[in-house]
Design a protein around this ligand. Structure first.
Ligand code: PMP
Length: 380
């Protein structure tokens, strides 16, 4: 049977019709009064929902560009940066920092585990760091960092900026900028916001904006806070052309978030994430991340002995669900399944049943078991 393909990779996630419609609208001039107002309302909502009293930037680009924007505006060559890495995306900050001549120290956990907060605190006590980076959910490991706990600890180091990569978390895992003492929170449109790739969003505290001013002229041009601030304060101004339709699409995503209620949305992600992880274990898979630090936006799923990755993902695609492969040392040993954003019951049950059919075709009959477990957990 030919199946509609469910995109269950950890981003881009399924884009609902009302968001697609915004991307399909006739593009207007970026000075169009309607657009100027829509953009302004979007920025205000992003600050409200993330309880951020500082600044917010919405700029065309991806998560990687947001990482670059965070580093470029808060650190200069010769500064010290502490990178807390829970996997591939945590490590991405290393090269980024090195290219700018920033001196980076890295504390890593074994994949699937977290770096204990005490270890970060100890390291910060050893020398002066201008900033720390933490990846909220590292998509390569499915580990969720205790961003709130780290933020509270960071109050002891007021001269060190706290940078959080929320690309695989924002709009799915709880993030409150001021309360969590975050100085820069960066993210992208294509994951828990459920928008197509193409926008990056970044919140910056007053302290981060101050730091940018202290640094003076920076080598980067497009991602400079100082260039974008006038536009973020008055959306009729021009610096570089805003991605008109993407801004509308993000505004529709935010409308959906407000309609659901952001707290309800976070709770839903917890419920769906835990139910999905229980269903995967029921079908005989393992989960890489330790239970206490498991993300709710995606699952990093370990194959049982003898199951071939390529064969599994090929058959699964035929059965109508697309998942992502493992990264680094886990290539061939793991697949990654996204369950964030605007996914619904049909997407989830459809994905689990496609996994069951795939296992059946590969010789393991667990038909109905994963779906039953998922639904029982969801109906609790
Ligand atoms: N950080 C994290 C945690 C990510 O998951 C990703 C993308 N998977 C990135 C950064 C990079 O984002 P992008 O691919 O949008 O550049």
């Amino acid at each position: 049977m030919k199946n509609r393909r469910l995109v269950m990779i950890p981003g881009p996630t399924p884009v609902v019709r009302s968001i697609q419609d915004q991307m399909g609208r006739e593009t207007v001039a970026f000075g169009d009064p309607g657009f100027v107002n829509d953009f302004k309302e979007l920025l205000a909502d992003l600050k409200d929902l993330w309880k951020a009293s500082g600044e917010v930037f919405v700029v065309a680009g991806t998560g990687t560009m947001a990482m670059e924007m965070a580093i470029a505006n808060t650190l200069k060559a010769g500064d010290n940066l502490l990178i807390v890495s829970h996997g591939f995306f945590g490590d991405r900050f290393i090269e980024l920092a090195e290219r700018k001549g920033i001196k980076a120290d890295v504390i890593k956990s074994e994949w699937g585990k977290i770096v204990p907060v005490e270890e970060i605190e100890k390291k910060l006590g050893e020398k002066k760091y201008q900033a720390v980076t933490v990846t909220h959910v590292d998509t390569s490991t499915g580990v969720s960092a205790p961003v709130d706990e780290i933020g509270q600890m960071m109050k002891k180091f007021p001269e060190t900026l706290y940078i959080v990569d929320g690309v695989c978390a924002s709009a799915g895992e709880r993030e409150y900028v001021d309360e969590m003492n975050i100085d820069v929170l960066l993210t992208g449109s294509q994951k828990a916001f459920g928008v197509a790739p193409g926008l990056e969003m970044l919140w910056a505290s007053e302290k981060a904006i101050e730091r940018r001013k202290e640094i003076g002229t920076i080598p980067e041009y497009y991602v400079d806070f100082e260039k974008w601030l006038p536009v973020m304060h008055d959306t009729s101004k021009y610096y570089a052309t805003p991605a008109v339709n993407m801004v509308w699409a993000l505004k529709e995503s935010v409308r959906i978030i407000k309609e659901e209620g952001i707290e309800n949305r976070y709770d839903r992600h917890i419920k769906v994430g835990r139910a999905m992880q229980a269903a995967l274990e029921e079908m005989g898979f393992g989960i890489l991340a330790e239970k206490e630090n498991r993300a709710v936006t995606l699952s990093n799923v370990l194959y049982p002995e003898g199951l071939n990755d390529l064969e599994f993902r090929t058959i699964l695609a035929e059965e109508g669900a697309q998942v992502a492969g493992g990264l680094g040392a886990y290539a061939g040993k793991m697949f990654r399944l996204g369950h964030m954003g605007n996914v619904d019951m049909h997407d989830m049950v459809g994905a689990i049943s496609a996994i069951e059919r795939t296992l059946f075709r590969m010789g393991t009959d667990v038909l109905g078991k994963g779906v039953a477990r998922f639904q029982r957990e969801m109906l609790k």
